[in-house]
Ligand binder design. Structure first.
Ligand code: DGT
Ligand code: CA
Ligand code: CA
Ligand code: ZN
Length: 592
């Protein structure tokens, strides 16, 4: 069986946690965290590299000790140091650490003092208040841990889009390889709508030999269970546990088929109600005039929407909200696209927890055609690996200023600064003043009460130096719940203080999420679509952030980093509360 990079990365992540519990040096712990991070983002397979006898120490973030352990694992399927660590520590520690808000220290205490070894035992300890006897766990934390436990139970049923989309593309590639008769393949369902999680993957095919396609689909190597093998549809479960449905359509009627199976169900209901009022009835085969019973078919979706007197509705908007009204507006308005972005304002390098050098990150942004980029490594605060101390950031400013001579893309000097638990920032004001861009984010004390968290975020937004609030709710989809806060108040304050809010494109975050981004857009809050890239491939994730912006109904001009360099420079040079006026005039000029 092939050994995946992720398997190895997970072992090093565990080792870092176990070493931390044992009280090993921060240096050593970070070395393992860094190695795990590097490996997760590595393009080449470690197994392949080891089989080719490559020196893994050439990879930045991998030293001798890690190199040897990777060789050991691939050659023997064991890492003895890891197994020794597991033996030394009480049973259950690693299981407990899968619960959000339970870190290594807490896991150790819970396992040793309460003898808790499983998630069921953890729940029992919560219910009879034993968990409260652990140092550092109060009522509030206990409630949050309980909520996380309940969320973990429902979690595994839906797949985050960041996992589902590459899988769908890989299945499409495989089908095209094994079947010559395919005319076209189309993604439908929630995946086409860019929902943040996907129940099952829906694919629609036009094929000269449908029977054969439906059969070879069930014979793909990744298929672990066949649910249906029919004439018009097959359904399978693949090895990652996801269901995939493949349906056959006719070319002439493809439009109605794709429209129907793209959904959402609520959108389809709205559309049918709207059609009914015009004496028409819509189904997956076409549109029928009720009075005559005559059915028309449509080769594409645009023709179908147009027949109803509507403009084409992008799948991202098919939420069953106001999109049918939107599509009646005679004024064309194009949703934002990836090509509209002219800069990225949240980027990490190997100076903090990124994996690529500053130059590589700048080059990549430049190749994307960006006019500007902000380098925003972490501040030194608690909770973030290898943030920059005040002195190191000062050195860094000089460094980056020098780099500017080599590039035509404008490099903004910035930082992702921790918003501390009390709402203050993690660098002194005079240093913050020297930065062009400050992304302020929460990385610690995420379990605060809603009132405290709301006030914490508002304090940060009131700081003159804060350009953007990053990944506002800190959620990790399916793993860490969002912080509790009063979103409407925060949006009002963002508008009032002239602070932009980030749509973080990382598919495990998507933060702000679609409905909050929509509310922000409606309230006139400036938005920014950032990738939060930790390596050069990270920039490709902008497609997920753009999808959130599109689902929020954003046009180009609702998003600040679509401004030209000149306009953006005047935007950030302006004292904060006045920035809103610049944004409003930009947003009013639709699609200029
Ligand atoms: P998922 O898979 O839970 O992430 O969400 P969808 O939207 O992909 O749902 P799925 O796979 O059950 O069906 C795909 C689309 O087909 C759905 O968005 C709308 C349409 N559809 C399926 N079943 C029904 C139905 O019973 N009624 C209506 N109106 N539409 C349906
Ligand atoms: Ca689906
Ligand atoms: Ca389905
Ligand atoms: Zn962050």
């Amino acid at each position: 069986m092939a050994i995946s990079n992720l398997q190895i990365a997970n072992i090093f992540t565990d080792m870092a946690a176990l070493l931390e519990i044992k009280g090993e040096s921060v240096f050593k712990v970070r070395a393992y965290q860094r190695a795990a991070n590097t490996i997760e983002n590595l393009e080449d397979s470690l197994e392949g590299l080891v089989r080719a006898k490559s020196d893994l120490k050439q990879i930045s973030g991998i030293g001798k000790a890690i190199n040897d352990k990777i060789y050991e694992y691939i050659e023997t399927a064991h890492i003895s140091a890891y197994e020794r660590l597991l033996e030394e520590l009480p049973e259950g520690v690693l299981t407990l650490m899968t619960v959000p808000y339970i870190g290594p220290k807490t896991a150790y205490l819970v396992a040793t003092q309460l003898g808790v070894k499983s998630l069921e035992e953890l729940e029992a300890a919560i219910l009879d208040n034993r968990l409260l006897t652990i140092d550092g766990i109060g009522d509030r934390t206990c409630q949050i841990i309980h909520r996380s436990l309940l969320e973990m139970r429902v979690k595994d049923q839906r797949t985050p889009i960041g996992e589902a989309l590459p899988i769908a593309h890989s299945i499409i590639d495989q089908l095209e390889t094994v079947c010559d008769d395919i005319v076209s393949l189309h993604i439908a369902g929630s995946l086409r709508r860019w929902e943040e999680t996907i129940g099952d993957i829906d694919i629609i095919a036009v094929c000269r030999d449908p029977k054969n396609l439906l059969k070879v689909f069930t014979e793909l190597e990744c298929v672990s269970e066949i649910l249906v093998l029919g004439d018009k549809k097959s359904s399978v479960i693949i090895d990652s546990g996801i269901q995939v449905d493949l349906r056959i359509a006719d070319t002439a009627a493809l439009g109605a088929m794709v429209q129907y199976f793209t959904g959402s169900q609520q959108h389809n209901i709205r559309l049918r109600d709207y059609a009914k009022a015009k004496g028409l009835s819509v189904n997956e085969y076409g549109i029928t005039e009720v009075s005559t019973g005559i059915q028309e078919t449509f080769a594409d979706e645009t023709a179908l929407y147009n027949r109803l007197g509507l403009r084409y509705i992008p799948p991202e908007l098919r939420l069953g909200l106001d999109e049918v009204e939107w599509a009646q507006d005679p004024i064309e308005c194009e949703l934002i696209t990836e090509a509209d972005l002219l800069g990225d304002l949240h980027v990490h390098t190997d100076w903090s927890d990124g994996n690529d050098s500053t130059e590589v990150m700048i080059e990549t942004a430049s190749d994307l055609g960006y006019e500007y980029i902000a380098i925003t490594d972490h501040s030194a605060g608690l909770g973030v690996a290898s943030g920059l101390s005040v002195d190191r950031l000062r050195d860094r400013l000089l460094d980056i200023r020098k780099l500017q001579d080599k590039f035509s893309i404008k490099i903004f000097i910035g930082s992702e600064v921790d918003i501390r638990a009390d709402g203050t920032l993690d660098y002194p004001d005079d240093l913050l003043d020297e930065l062009d861009i400050v992304v302020a984010s929460v990385h610690s004390a995420m379990g605060q009460h809603s009132d405290v968290m709301t006030q914490r975020l508002i304090s940060a937004m009131n700081h003159q130096a804060v350009t953007i609030v990053g990944h506002l709710t800190t959620r990790i989809i399916g793993q860490r719940p969002p912080v509790q806060c009063d979103m409407e108040r925060i949006l009002e304050e963002a508008k009032r203080t002239g602070t932009a809010l980030e749509i973080n494109s990382s598919p495990e975050r998507l933060d702000l999420k679609d409905i909050h981004a929509r509310l922000a857009r409606q309230m006139g809050v400036p938005l920014v679509v950032n990738t939060d890239s930790h390596d050069k491939l990270g920039f490709l994730q902008r497609k997920y952030g753009i999808a959130v912006a599109r689902r929020a109904g954003c046009l180009t001009n609702h998003v600040v980093n679509t401004m030209s360099l000149d306009r953006f420079t005047s935007y950030i040079s302006c004292p904060k509360p006045d920035r809103d006026a610049i944004f409003v005039s930009y947003a009013m000029a639709r699609n200029n």
